[in-house]
Ligand binder design. Structure first.
Ligand code: SAM
Length: 221
């Protein structure tokens, strides 16, 4: 879990940098009241994703792992009016709340929530011809990260940015003999990246209200 000063600093930044507003507060409140786990990106991470998308002038985004739509809304804000987020969610209850939140935020024209196992939805999405994407955010079940990376690469072009969340997990990523399947998924994902010469990557460790974790970011050559 997060330690007290990480929480305090996140709160300080939220206040100073206006990392929240009535819409985002409403979304997080709705999620809490609906019993959705509080595993969305933090406000500072949401704003970071938004800024990255804006800096790149991103027009279409693939997100694997919608939850209540919190990160989808940050992405939608970064897109031009004609931009689109395709976001994949296996849990129909979460997807329903996400759609409500997206509608509340006024982005139903920009965000399409696709319900189902991402490994079923990805081939269908590819068939629809909406790829390649400018940005791909991998944030679902970590055990499937190796497969998500393969799909992400196949729906990329030169300049596509791939970001994967939660690649540190309290430092467990270095534990070769972890009993946590998610750690093995992340480690296999890292191994694939190590042998993938079509992408340039870095990984940044983070602390904050969501604990000690980190993300991976790669730019397709
Ligand atoms: N990106 C969200 C945010 O920051 O607001 C958080 C996503 S949460 C960490 C991960 C989500 O992935 C959960 O809602 C979970 O139900 C979903 N998920 C898990 N396995 C999945 C799968 N096989 N296909 C699609 N979604 C999946």
């Amino acid at each position: 879990g997060a330690n007290e000063s990480w929480n305090k600093v996140d709160e300080y930044f939220i206040g100073k940098l206006k990392l929240s507003d009535p819409i985002l507060d409403h979304v997080l409140r709705t999620n809490r009241e609906s019993g959705i786990p509080e595993i969305d990106v933090s406000p500072s991470q949401g704003k970071f994703l938004y800024l990255i998308a804006k800096m790149k002038g991103v027009r279409n985004i693939l997100e694997i792992g919608t939850l209540g739509g919190y990160s989808s809304i940050w992405f939608a804000r970064a897109l031009p009016e004609s931009g689109k987020v395709y976001t994949l969610e296996v849990n129909p209850e979460f997807a329903k709340i996400a759609n409500q939140n997206i509608q509340y935020a006024g982005y139903e024209h920009k965000v399409e929530v696709i319900v189902g196992d991402a490994l079923d939805s990805l081939p269908k999405l590819k068939e629809r011809g909406v790829a390649p994407f400018d940005l791909i955010f991998i944030d679902a079940d970590k055990t499937n990260n190796p497969y998500y990376l393969k799909w992400a690469m196949s729906m990329s072009k030169s300049g596509t940015l791939i970001i994967a969340d939660n690649v540190v997990r309290d430092g467990e990523v270095t534990n070769e003999i972890s009993s946590d399947e998610r750690i093995h998924g992340i480690r296999q994902f890292m191994d694939l990246l190590a042998n993938e010469n079509r992408i340039e990557c870095t990984s940044i460790q983070t602390v904050g209200s969501k604990g000690y974790d980190g993300f991976l970011m790669g730019l397709v050559k």
